[in-house]
Design a binder for this molecule. Structure first.
Ligand code: AMP
Length: 217
C-alpha cells in the first residue's frame, strides 16, 4: 500500500501515520521528521532547512524532492510507504510521479484530513514533541503519563519552534497558498478521499481504517 496523507499542519497526519505503521507495517516517511533530525545533527541539509522551518515557511522544493527520492529507494519501502507531509506543493507532486515510475510504484490512496483553521491553532499550541524519538503528545487530548516526559522512550518533551502561535499562522497561510491546491490535483487523479479530522485520534483512525479496508490494493 502506497499512500499520501494530506491535510493542514495540526490535522493529525503524524499521529495517524504512526498508527498506520503499527497496523499495516508500512514505513512512515515524514519529511518534517527527516528535516528535524538533520537540524538536530547540524547536518548540511539541516543548516539549509532550519531558517525556513523556524519561520513556518516551506523548505524549497528541490531540497525535499531530493530527500524523498533517496528515501523511497530504501529497502523498507518495498512493502509500501505512508508519505506524511509530502508532497506539499504542486511542483513536489509533479516531481513525485517520475520518481515513482523509476522505482515501479504508484500511489494507491490519497487521504485528506479536513480540520477547521481555529481548531488547528488550538491543537498545535498544545502539541508537545519528544526531543529524542519524535513521538507526539497533546496537553489536552493526549497528555503524557508524566508531565514533560515521553511515554515511549523517557525523552524530554518540548514545544517545537514552529508550533508557536505566530509561526502557526504563517504555516496555515503557507498551507492555504501552496498545499491546499493539491486537493484538486489529486481529485483530478481520482485517488483522493477526504475525512473529517474531528474527534479524538481513535475516531479519526477508525475512519481511515474503514476507508482503506473497503478498498484494498
Ligand atoms: P511537519 O512536521 O510536516 O509539519 O513539517 C515541519 C516543517 O518542515 C514545515 O513547516 C516545513 O518548513 C518543513 N517541511 C516538511 N515537509 C515539507 C515539504 N514537503 N515541503 C517543504 N517543506 C517541508
Amino acid at each position: 500500500m502506497n499512500l499520501i496523507l494530506l491535510g493542514p499542519p495540526g490535522a493529525g497526519k503524524g499521529t495517524q501515520a504512526q498508527r498506520m505503521v503499527d497496523r499495516y507495517h508500512t514505513p512512515q516517511i515524514s519529511t518534517g521528521d527527516i528535516l528535524r533530525s538533520a537540524v538536530k545533527e547540524s547536518a548540511p541539509l539541516g543548516m539549509k532547512a532550519k531558517g525556513f522551518m523556524d519561520q513556518g515557511q516551506l523548505v524549497p522544493d528541490e531540497i525535499v524532492i531530493g530527500i524523498i527520492e533517496e528515501r523511497l529507494k530504501a529497502k523498507d519501502c518495498d512493502s509500501g510507504f505512508i508519505l506524511d507531509g509530502f508532497p506539499r506543493t504542486i511542483p513536489q507532486a509533479e516531481a513525485l510521479q517520475p520518481i515513482l515510475t523509476k522505482i515501479g510504484k504508484k500511489i494507491d490512496h490519497v487521504i485528506n484530513i479536513e480540520v477547521d483553521p481555529e481548531e488547528l491553532v488550538r491543537r498545535l499550541t498544545g502539541r508537545r514533541t519528544c526531543k529524542n524519538c519524535g513521538a507526539m503528545f497533546h496537553l489536552l487530548f493526549q497528555p503524557p503519563k508524566k508531565e514533560g516526559i515521553c511515554d515511549r522512550c523517557g525523552g524530554t518533551l518540548y514545544l517545537r519552534a514552529d508550533d508557536k502561535e505566530e509561526t502557526i499562522r504563517t504555516r496555515l497561510k503557507e498551507y492555504e497558498k501552496q498545499t491546499a491546491p493539491l486537493i484538486q490535483y489529486y481529485q483530478g487523479k481520482k485517488t483522493l478521499r477526504s475525512i473529517q479530522g474531528v474527534g479524538g485520534p481513535d475516531q479519526i483512525f477508525d475512519q481511515i481504517v474503514r476507508l482503506l479496508d473497503a478498498t484494498p490494493v
